[in-house]
Design a binder for this molecule. Structure first.
Ligand SMILES: *Cc1c(COP(=O)(O)O)cnc(C)c1O
Length: 305
């Protein structure tokens, strides 16, 4: 269970007759969800002998929650996770990330009065929702190094990278690492980087995502570029367009994508031809397939004829 498939492979795919490269971070570890393996890499690599317990919070089906349960199990830590709400149906019929996390020993607790009660214990590691914390930069820098290494092997001069965002932590640290590593070849001007990162907001709107970026990095020259669609989108809601593109991706590439982030990611990227027609474009598959266990039956009930 400790073997990580790194560097993750990169393959060529064709989507709607357009060529893309696909970085398979979903294959890094069978029990770790894609980019969470990157974000929590620091905790895996470093001995934290004082830590006995990890505490975090967020939604009851989150990929980060599940990956933290895997991390805690690997490390022999207790894992306490706070949610502000848990559906009766899920409680009575555990499935997906929630069930898998419980199986790894997660103790799930309801937040009280909208807050999460915790004592400031020395031996406790606190992890922000979705793994939005500075330590994430460590593993995401390795992702940046893998991309640059591959880019050189392929003799690709300029590259666009796209990945959909939740907290924006992965996109932000990826752009920052790529910019810093390439610094000596690159002028300070934004947009002249050899590798430009593009992303789209899946959880909130672009104002929310910009705020998230700023919380982790004030200097806007390190912020990824945000692409959007005209139509408003609510995280976790079902959209026919999302199900359709997800099916299409599977048919055209043979790859299973996640149902929460990737459909909006691909719809957004495909709507911005100025990105993928001007430069080779690399899409990052960030995993999350365990979440499909709960999303797919919902989609099938609603849309499958
Ligand atoms: C967590 C997650 C994201 C969002 O990552 P952020 O760093 O929070 O932007 C995207 N896709 C998948 C599959 C995820 O699990």
């Amino acid at each position: 269970m400790n073997h990580f498939f790194l560097p993750s492979p990169i393959q060529s795919i064709t989507v709607e007759n357009k060529h893309f490269y696909l970085k398979r971070d979903d294959l890094i570890h069978p029990d770790f969800s894609g980019n969470k393996a990157r974000k929590f890499h620091y905790f895996l690599q470093n001995n934290l002998p004082h830590v006995q317990k990890a505490v975090s919070y967020g939604s009851s089906q989150s990929n980060a929650m599940y990956s933290l349960s895997v991390l805690a199990k690997m490390k022999g830590w207790e894992f306490e996770y706070f949610v502000d709400h848990i559906a009766d149906y899920l409680k009575e019929n555990p499935h997906g990330n929630y069930k898998a996390a419980l199986n790894n020993g997660m103790q799930c607790r309801l937040m009280e009065d909208g807050g999460w009660k915790m004592e400031d214990e020395e031996n406790t590691l606190f992890i922000a929702e979705g793994g939005r914390q500075k330590e994430a930069a460590f593993g995401i820098r390795l992702l940046a190094e893998e991309i640059i290494e591959w880019q050189k092997e392929q003799h690709i001069d300029e590259l666009n990278v796209f990945l959909p965002s939740g907290t924006g932590t992965t996109a932000l640290y990826l752009q920052k690492s790529l910019s810093i590593i390439n610094h000596h070849e690159v002028s300070q001007e934004r947009g002249q980087s050899l590798i430009q990162v593009f992303t789209c907001p899946c959880v909130g709107d672009s104002t929310y995502l910009k705020k998230q970026f700023s919380m982790l990095e004030e200097d806007e020259k390190y912020h990824p570029r945000i692409l959007t669609l005209d139509k408003k989108h609510h995280f976790g809601k079902l959209y026919r367009e999302n199900y359709e593109i997800w099916l299409k991706l599977q048919q055209q590439t043979g790859v299973e994508f996640d149902l929460l982030y990737d459909p909006l990611g691909w719809r957004t990227l495909l709507a911005h031809s100025e990105v993928y027609t001007t430069k080779p474009t690399l899409y990052i598959h960030q995993g999350g397939l365990l979440g499909n266990e709960s999303m797919l039956p919902r989609y099938e009930r609603k849309y499958r004829k």
